[in-house]
Design a protein around this ligand. Structure first.
Ligand SMILES: [Zn+2]
Ligand SMILES: [Zn+2]
Length: 388
């Protein structure tokens, strides 16, 4: 969005809307715990890369910088450092909050092509994603490179929420984390971040975090933990319930799934035989565990030096804000995280598009449209419109 060092009209439009937001929303920005020990970073509109290794003593300082610089995206470390502005090797890591990331685009939902647009990587032209059959060729310039831009639908939002609910069940009931220490945030585009502020998890190293990731995803669940062991002969198995019982954690989840309890030896024997013995049963168990597990991004949680999108800041992929969900069930990102103003903004729309924001449906087919700023910015961030 920068040509010859000059901000394009589209960057100017976005910066104007973002600046107004940071100017007005100063009071609502949530101050990260121990802010002075965190590393901050941000990106500029139309420029690659990120300015990192920044530190602020309070939100007042941070907001002053946001209003002055008007970043496209703002990040804050989950880690606490003694020297947050030093190069990584000299920062002296002292701990990190645990954060889980659920990204709607990783869920493989069947609705996605119906609300995706393909954007030519060379000229930016847009075409509906549902029409792609065979290799992509841009109708305007003939380029074969494209990026996909998706406007999540209600099924996408519900799909991501379902994963959050599964994750929170593990965190509360298996790991014993209190509800006050679990913060659920809409990511600002198409997913959710779950922040754990329980002090007990702050010192964990990547290996320990990786174990927890495996646990909540349902990886490596042993048939033995449900009382099924390999027999001596091929295909044979031994049923003997573990001494610890099957009433807790994954054992209980899988026991419910199979309809057994620790007295159902004959029923479990039938299930195992029906699955074709030990190996077949283990495969079925793996499949069920993957379905029951929470579909989180494993890399995000194990990275203890990462900077994360900061709550209350705007996401340049959508113009929506990363927003705390006090009630996940009723949370509507297109209302509750749509926080920009409504000043009239004229944009050139690249292809017809339907969206619903702040409770109002917009069916835009005109090439040049006058829209409230929050709609115009959303379309521009999605690559579906540009400044007129
Ligand atoms: Zn093109
Ligand atoms: Zn969808």
């Amino acid at each position: 969005m920068i040509e010859n060092g000059i901000l394009t009209k589209t960057s100017v439009l976005l910066r104007g809307a973002f600046k107004e937001y940071y100017f007005k929303s100063a009071k609502t920005l949530e101050e990260p715990k121990k802010i002075e020990q965190r590393e901050f970073g941000y990106s500029h509109f139309g420029q690659p890369g990120m300015v990192r290794h920044l530190s602020f003593r309070n939100t007042g300082e941070l907001i002053a910088t946001l209003v002055k610089e008007v970043p496209s995206d703002v990040y804050c470390s989950n880690a606490y450092y003694r020297f947050p502005t030093s190069p990584m090797q000299d920062k002296e890591w002292t701990g990190a909050d645990m954060i889980f990331d659920i990204d709607g685009k990783d869920l493989g939902l069947p609705c996605v092509p119906s609300h995706s647009h393909l954007l030519c990587a060379t000229c930016g032209a847009s075409s509906p994603g549902a029409e792609l059959s065979g290799p992509y060729v841009c109708q305007s310039c003939g380029s074969r490179k494209y990026e996909s831009s998706s406007i999540p639908c209600s099924r996408c939002v519900e799909g991501s929420k379902k994963e959050v609910v599964k994750l929170v069940d593990f965190l509360k009931n298996d790991l014993g984390i209190g509800p006050d220490n679990i913060g659920i945030y809409f990511s600002g585009n198409n997913g959710f971040h779950v922040h754990i502020s329980d002090e007990a998890y702050v010192p964990l190293d990547p290996a320990a975090r990786s174990d927890l990731v495996g646990y909540v995803r349902g990886a490596g669940l042993m048939a033995e933990s449900l009382g099924v062991r390999k027999g001596d002969g091929s295909g044979t198995s031994i049923i003997k319930f573990p001494r610890g019982g099957i009433e807790y954690g994954w054992r209980s989840r899988m026991a419910d799934e199979l309809g057994i309890n620790s007295t159902s030896t004959i029923k479990l024997r039938n299930i195992v035989d029906h699955a074709g013995g030990y190996s077949g049963f283990k495969m079925e168990l793996d499949k069920k565990a993957r379905e029951k597990g929470a579909r989180i991004d494993p890399q995000v949680t194990t990275d203890i030096h990462r900077v994360f999108r900061m709550p209350g800041t705007l996401n340049s992929k959508s113009g929506l804000a990363k927003t705390k969900c006090s009630n996940l069930g009723s949370f509507d990102p297109f209302v509750d995280a749509c926080l920009l103003g409504d000043s009239k903004t004229i944009v050139k729309v690249k292809s017809p598009v339907k969206i619903k924001l702040k409770g109002k449906a917009y069916n835009i087919s005109k090439e040049s449209a006058e829209l409230p700023a929050f709609v115009a910015v959303y379309l521009v961030c999605k690559g579906l419109a540009e400044a007129a």
